[in-house]
Design a protein around this ligand. Structure first.
Ligand code: ADP
Ligand code: MG
Length: 311
């Protein structure tokens, strides 16, 4: 007989002991119970992934479990929050034990890596849909907002951009390219938690790059009421992305491609020396609104439109 809802939860999701000291009671009662010291605020976020919108039906379920958690932890990283608990609302068309085991393995492996507990959720039958809600702790008043960038601040990214977008093109059949690193970055992004924590008290604004640098930096610019000029030569690009640009002349990929989950943040020039190693300064904030790019001796205006549902 197929597994019922309760057996399914117990077998795949309720196995492990709680790891984080803030979590008192996890899966098994009507609610989880979490305790935070008074000096902290809770950063809360949720992200949904829907089959055929966010992933293909034949995606590796282990990678999917990893990614649905990673994208949520990335939002906590962008706030400078330390993740401690997540919930999972899982809608599956049928009980496929191999699929569920691989999905849970991918999800729980990443959770263990960051000492995050799966403390509850919901399990229903229907079209494959995954919703994760993530909670992180941040010392009161220290969260990294989108609204704090000021003219003269330097713009940074935490690592190479464009690889996940290249991975998507490869998976969709871009001829002549089979780049493992790009596919890996699309399937198994790593949330930049350590970088987010290190930026507390240093960054004036921060966001994670889920929709592309232009669109996501655009949110900082809009909410901070400023503009920016980026320097094309300073963008950190992998060899594969550089090759793609050289052969396709589609140079907008690192600006428009999402899914890299690097952080984009701004830092007052006086604090630039405190930025963690591995981050790259790519431009500067200006009072004049809009996003511009200095490239081949010219300054071009950049349209900041990432992927938008319903658009
Ligand atoms: P209720 O009917 O009270 O909502 P459920 O039967 O939905 O309770 O869930 C029982 C317990 O299992 C609860 O603690 C709930 O948070 C947890 N749970 C259900 N589904 C999941 C899931 N996919 N992942 C983690 N915990 C889950
Ligand atoms: Mg329920």
């Amino acid at each position: 007989m197929a597994l019922g809802e309760f057996d399914l939860i117990r077998r795949f999701f309720a196995g492990s002991a709680l790891q984080h000291p803030f979590n008192q009671l996890g899966i098994g009662d009507d609610c989880a119970l979490l305790n935070l010291p008074d000096s902290y605020q809770i950063a809360v976020t949720a992200d949904t992934m829907v089959e055929n919108v966010h992933f293909f039906a034949d995606v590796d379920p282990n990678a999917l479990g990893h990614k649905v958690l990673a994208v949520n932890l990335s939002d906590l990283a962008a706030m400078g929050a330390e993740p401690f608990a997540v919930t999972l609302a899982l809608t599956v068309p049928k009980v496929d034990e191999f699929w569920l085991q691989a999905f849970a393995d991918g999800f729980l492996a990443l959770a263990r890596q960051y000492r995050v507990d799966l403390v509850g959720g919901d399990t229903t039958s229907g079209p494959l849909t995954l919703t994760v809600q993530a909670m992180g702790a941040v010392p009161r008043g220290q969260a990294l907002l989108r609204s704090g960038a000021r003219p003269g601040d330097l713009v940074f990214v935490s690592g190479p951009i464009g690889d996940a977008g290249l991975g998507l093109k490869i998976r969709k059949g871009l001829p002549g390219l089979n780049n493992e690193l790009a596919l890996q970055r699309m399937d198994r992004p790593l949330p930049r938690i350590e970088t987010g924590l290190a930026l507390r008290g240093i960054a004036s604004a921060c966001i994670d790059i889920s929709d592309g640098l232009a669109a996501d930096l655009g949110h900082i610019l809009q909410q901070s009421d400023v503009g920016a000029v980026l320097d094309w030569d300073k963008l950190p690009l992998s060899a594969a992305v550089s090759d793609y640009i050289a052969t396709s002349s589609d140079w907008t990929l690192p600006l428009s491609a999402g899914d890299d989950y690097e952080l984009c943040f701004t830092v007052p020039a006086a604090a630039a020396a405190k930025v963690p190693a591995g981050c790259h300064c790519v431009g500067v904030i200006e009072a004049e609104p809009g996003l511009r790019m200095r490239r081949a001796g010219r300054i071009e205006n950049i349209q900041a439109r990432g992927y938008q549902h319903f658009a």
